[in-house]
Design a binder for this molecule. Structure first.
Ligand SMILES: *Cc1c(COP(=O)(O)O)cnc(C)c1O
Length: 393
């Protein structure tokens, strides 16, 4: 028997903060509790049928059964450029400024390998998508969390980043509309980011996974709409949340061609691109009009309204989101006026209400004191969750 030892990059992974919640969830299910799971960032609504049909049709063509090109079919990259132009009025060269990804997580996970190493810093907003700090760690770089605080509208305070840290920074991950806080970026914020990046020579990676899940016609902007943005950065997009395609694994990177070339170089050595039939389905997805997307947004909006109003009525302070399918809520105080920490509140909801929500600290230390509800369950269950929470607290 050999000694099987993990490499330090895996040994040094941050502790998995959801492990305790996972264990409690399994116990709760085993005990036969009717669990309402509001913890999952994965739409419960199926992929629209015209997209599924495009995959089926494409699957019959053997030409699509062979290795794809790592950068994506030109037809897919053209569809991305057309979509970006229509949606944001940003022009992209499909040959150099668009790269297909096996889901945006893949690109986020790989990009630090192209640009950061030991001695470098990767700035990332926190609480946030856990892949940002892990990808920095895997590249051997040092992660620097930029806290998103409610009093600062959940925007990072770029001025508070120490000068020597900013100087060593190679990459910055930001994400609006934001998971988990559900905040949107106000006008002016991206301009500040471009100025910071230009001054400190930092590549900006904007994660726009939720750009199409918005309410009341408040369409989020692309980072690339900002003057100078294409000189300093790029944007990650995902088909997962927009078209209910999380299982399909399709996303794309757009923006600065040298940044995309670096990411492409890593990818060409590690993966072999996206299955062409999935790219063809992606072309059909990107052509989807508001006739299909507006009713989907209405589903999220109705759920948002019910949960937001329900929680407010029972005295829980939640932020009413303009986008995303999450609600970020403050943990309540206990009778002794001490605020419950997020894991304790999550445990209380699970044990007393059979409702599962994600403790904020799982998204980074700055998420402590909050809990995230995902709207990935139907209206009747959300209403019942509110009733049960009311009784539990
Ligand atoms: C869901 C999500 C992603 C990843 O999406 P995929 O394209 O499915 O990999 C990236 N960033 C954030 C913030 C997300 O919530």
């Amino acid at each position: 028997m050999i000694r099987i030892e993990l490499a330090s990059r895996v040994r040094n992974l941050p502790p998995y903060l959801f492990a305790e919640i996972d264990r409690l969830k399994q116990e709760t299910l085993k005990a036969g509790v009717d669990l309402i799971d509001l913890s999952i960032g994965d739409p419960d609504i199926p992929t629209p049928p015209h997209i599924v049909d495009a995959l089926k049709k494409s699957a019959d063509n053997p030409a699509h059964h062979r290795y794809p090109s790592y950068e994506g079919m030109l037809s897919f990259r053209e569809a991305v450029a057309d979509w970006h132009k229509r949606r944001f009025n940003v022009s992209l060269d499909p040959r150099t400024e668009v790269l297909s990804l096996i889901g945006s997580k893949e690109g986020i996970g790989h990009i630090p390998l192209a640009f950061a190493e030991a001695g470098d810093v990767v700035l990332y907003s926190s609480p946030g998508y856990p892949v940002y700090p892990v990808s920095a760690l895997f590249a051997g770089a040092e992660g620097y969390p930029m806290p998103l605080k409610e009093e600062n509208a959940f925007l990072p305070d770029l001025k508070s980043i120490p000068a020597d840290t900013a100087k060593r920074a190679k990459l910055m991950f930001i994400n609006y509309p934001n998971n988990p806080t559900s905040a949107s970026a106000p006008d002016g914020f991206f301009k500040e980011v471009v100025e910071f990046a230009a001054k400190n020579n930092v590549i900006v990676c904007h994660d726009a996974a939720y750009s199409e899940i918005f309410f009341e016609g408040k369409r989020p902007r692309s980072f690339l709409e900002t003057p100078g943005a294409k000189e300093v950065g790029m944007e990650f997009h995902s088909l997962s949340k927009t078209y209910n395609m999380t299982g399909w694994r399709l996303g794309f990177a757009v923006g600065n061609k040298d940044v995309l070339a670096g990411l492409g170089k890593v990818k060409s050595n590690l993966d072999s691109g996206v299955f062409e039939c999935v790219q063809e389905a992606g072309i059909a997805a990107l052509a989807t009009g508001d006739d299909v997307l507006a009713p989907l947004r209405n589903i999220w909006e109705e759920r948002r309204n019910i949960l937001y109003e329900g929680l407010s009525k029972i005295g829980l302070h939640a932020i009413k989101p303009e986008a995303t399918f999450y609600l970020w809520a403050k943990c309540p105080g206990t009778s002794s006026r001490r605020t419950l920490d997020s894991r304790a509140f999550s445990r209380l909801l699970l044990e007393k209400a059979g409702v599962l929500a994600t403790p904020g600290v799982g998204f980074g230390a700055a998420g402590e004191g909050y809990i995230r509800f995902a709207l990935t369950t139907d209206v009747a269950r959300i209403k019942e969750a509110v009733e049960r929470i009311k009784k539990a607290i």
